[in-house]
Ligand binder design. Structure first.
Ligand code: PLP
Length: 457
């Protein structure tokens, strides 16, 4: 991608702009990377070079980078009503319609949808709702939340506390007290050699139960999980894991919070990741694909018991003490409703299954020929390749090699945007990819991998 070091834009950017998830020194020395425009699944830099963005930006631009229908839906809504809110009993047809659609799609019977503007806010909303739920049922000490190692749940204070990634904590003295982490369900890294997937899942559930007992079941409000962990390195839990976990949650009256922010809206080959992994949540957080990231909108869909708790708490006339200025923003709602219509028209689930299987097949073929591909994993169009120094022993490369980062750089040069999470190469392309795009992603991946092998071996 074009590094702009000397232009006025670069000078201004370095002088005035603090970037998210960016090393300040690298930015000052190297300048920013410039993206000029998008077309379908491709982005173009200022020099006109095209890249297939096999990460859909940040796992989010599911309909690519230039969808005209989403632009038109936003334009129509801006012209009609550019802003209104959902405080003090306000709503609109569009807000009510999207809420109904989300409850139907998620299959949470008689549920309710709450709108926010980011994934982090949706996750924090679920935590606050869990607190209300327990408090109304006479269990106000149930406050702690258990997340998992290598989880990513966002950047606001509670959401960052729920992350199981050191880089989200170290600058800020997080996690906050009361946010705990149990084992990551990574079969590749966590399973004992003599253990079956079922036994591994059993052990993880047992560990969770031990943590709950250690802390005191009367202190634990909720367990939060991504169906397939995204930012932690595309981690697919062992089969049966969520069923075992759910038994433990039921035993100790702990709510199950489902972070569908990456997995939702077709990404894993089902409408929601919970179907792919057999999760039975009390609440679901949605964002990213909800609007194909064309507008910052997120939602929480909750079981009726959660709503009932809010209602009960405020029965003396109080109002639910929570809300964001842009909750249910009419433009966000219009864009999300149009995105969902497009997903339905393109039969997103079927399409993702076909395209995902094709990409998975290419990667498996590469794995047979490559001495450094340790594992190919994922579901639908959410795939990861873990590269290792030794396939037989799963020995990782020494961190000094920065193998993942080197791949990332080579891929850029070859016109491919991926995401390296340590030595896991992440692929989460726009869901509109076709066969040719998939084959091109695979070709560029293979070319970059062979170059990397040449450097490392
Ligand atoms: C699984 C998951 N949850 C939550 C978030 C946070 O979403 P946002 O950045 O919109 O706050 C992310 C962002 O990448 C995510 O991947």
């Amino acid at each position: 991608m074009l590094l702009i070091q000397s232009s006025q834009t670069a000078r201004r950017d370095v002088a005035f702009h603090l970037h998210s998830q960016t090393n300040p020194q690298l930015l000052e020395e190297g300048g920013p990377l410039a993206v000029a425009r998008g077309e379908g699944v491709r982005i173009y830099d200022g020099g006109g070079k095209a890249y297939i963005d096999a990460m859909a930006g940040l796992w989010c631009a599911s309909l690519g980078f230039s969808n005209k229908r989403l632009a038109a839906a936003a334009g129509r809504q801006y012209a009609e009503l550019g802003f209104y809110h959902t405080f003090f009993q306000r709503t609109s047809d569009a807000v009510a319609g999207l809420a109904e659609r989300l409850v139907e799609l998620t299959g949470i019977e008689n549920g309710k949808a709450y709108f926010a503007t980011s994934g982090s806010e949706a996750n924090e909303t679920m935590v606050k709702l869990a607190w209300v739920y327990h408090s109304v049922r006479g269990k106000p000490t149930k406050r702690k939340v258990i997340a998992r190692d290598r989880a990513f749940h966002g950047s606001t204070i509670a959401a960052a506390s729920m992350c199981g990634l050191d880089f989200m904590h170290r600058e800020f003295g997080l996690p906050l007290p009361g946010f705990l982490h149990t084992l990551c369900p990574s079969p590749y890294r966590g399973m004992y050699p003599d253990e079956s997937e079922a036994e591994f899942g059993e052990r993880l559930a047992h560990e969770l139960g031990r943590m709950i007992l250690r802390e005191g079941p009367d202190t634990i409000a909720a367990f939060i999980a991504e169906p397939i962990q995204a930012g932690g390195g595309i981690i697919v839990p062992p089969r049966g894991y969520f069923a075992r976990i759910q038994e433990v949650l039921d035993r100790y009256d702990v709510l199950c919070l489902d972070d569908e922010i990456v997995c939702g809206f077709g990404r894993t080959g089902n409408w929601f990741g919970k179907e792919t992994v057999g999760m039975k949540p009390d609440m679901m957080a949605l964002a990213k694909g909800l609007s194909s990231a064309y507008f910052p909108i997120s939602a929480v869909v909750m079981a009726p018991a959660i709503y009932e708790a809010v209602r009960e708490f405020n029965k003396a006339g109080g109002s639910f003490g929570h809300g964001f200025t842009n909750s249910g923003h009419p433009v966000g709602v219009a864009v999300a409703s149009e995105a969902i219509r497009i997903y339905e028209e393109m039969d997103v689930v079927e399409h993702v299954r076909r395209m995902g299987a094709r990409l998975h097949g290419h990667f498996e073929e590469m794995a047979r020929d490559s001495p450094i591909i340790g594992e190919v994993r994922g579901a639908g169009l959410m795939l990861g390749i873990e590269i290792v120094a030794d396939k037989a022993t799963r020995q990782p490369f020494a961190p000094a090699f920065k193998a993942g980062l080197s791949f990332d750089r080579l891929a850029y040069e070859n016109g491919l945007v991926v995401r390296c999470m340590g030595d896991v190469l992440g692929f989460s392309p726009p869901l509109i990819v076709d066969e040719n795009d998939i084959d091109e992603i695979a070709e560029r991946t293979w070319k970059s991998l062979k170059q990397l092998q040449g450097q490392l071996l």
